[in-house]
Design a protein around this ligand. Sequence first.
Ligand SMILES: Nc1ncnc2[nH]cnc12
Ligand SMILES: [Zn+2]
Length: 342
Amino acid sequence: MSYPRPTAEIERFARALPKTELHLHIEGSLEPELMMRLAERNAIALPYQDVDALRAAYSFGCLQDFLDLYYAGCDVLRTAEDFHDLTAAYLERAHADQVRHVELFFDPQSHTPRGVAFEAVLDGITSALDAGRRAHGITSEVIMCFLRHLDEEDAHATLELALPHRERIVGVGLDSSEKGHPPEKFTRVFTAAREAGFRTVAHAGEEGPAEYVRTALDQLGVSRVDHGNAALDDAELVARLAAERMPLTVCPLSNLALCVVEDLRAHPLRAMLDAGLCATIHSDDPAYFGGYVADNYVAMAGALGLGRDELVTLARNGIEASFATAERKAELERELDAFARR
Ligand SMILES: Nc1ncnc2[nH]cnc12
Ligand SMILES: [Zn+2]
């Protein structure tokens, strides 16, 4: 689907804007080229002849179509080195997009049942994040997601695996197939996670209804809602989200690719901003949805006719919504202020 491009001046501004990335599944940054390379390294046969054949399969009618491919793609990730290379490749893209702070998701339950140790996943990711900080000054946090199509017992077992690594994992999240798997299915494990000191976030209102956003707030005690599009169907909920400054991590190109919106010109981000919500822009699974975070900013600038001030507001919301330290947030604010004054 085509949508209007912004002016060249706005596109340059959007790309150069200092950004945060708060909604990024590291497994969803697995580009076909790297998938092929890792398949070869690990002697895994893929059902695709080449990169073009793989990319041609990236056409989705709904979230589940995408998830089936995404989980299949995870099979090439076997060792800490694989997770390191995946994360390092993502950070090069993030650096090019002027990302200053990243909070990435990983899905341990996509790996541990295949015999990949929780520590191999976490060590690979965090060694690359440490290197990214040294090389590019990108600060980072890690959020572990529970797969909501699995049961709460499985999530509890995964939380147990995370407890010895508490200092390397800032929070827990909830992702995978939303419909039929409401947030309240995970109330007890989220309570246990909060008691253990983790922040909580959850995907809600992507394909599911506004009610799932409300139960994510009430039952899971989330600090952010991932997506949250459907919240706009419920005026009372919108007023509450605005009053609480509850962040919504919005992923426009994902929404388009998964048919959550039919057309980017009708994306609810405009209504979110008009309602004074703390909406932010991110990339979700950029290798599958045709764009990294800067592409998402550019797409929204074009489709919704966003100007410089609105783009700066979105970037500022990203700083506010992050789990960075107060000191780091102040540093990011100063850089953004200086950029906006240029
Ligand atoms: N967009 C998305 N929604 C739910 N679960 C996901 N896992 C990876 N991407 C996801
Ligand atoms: Zn997501």
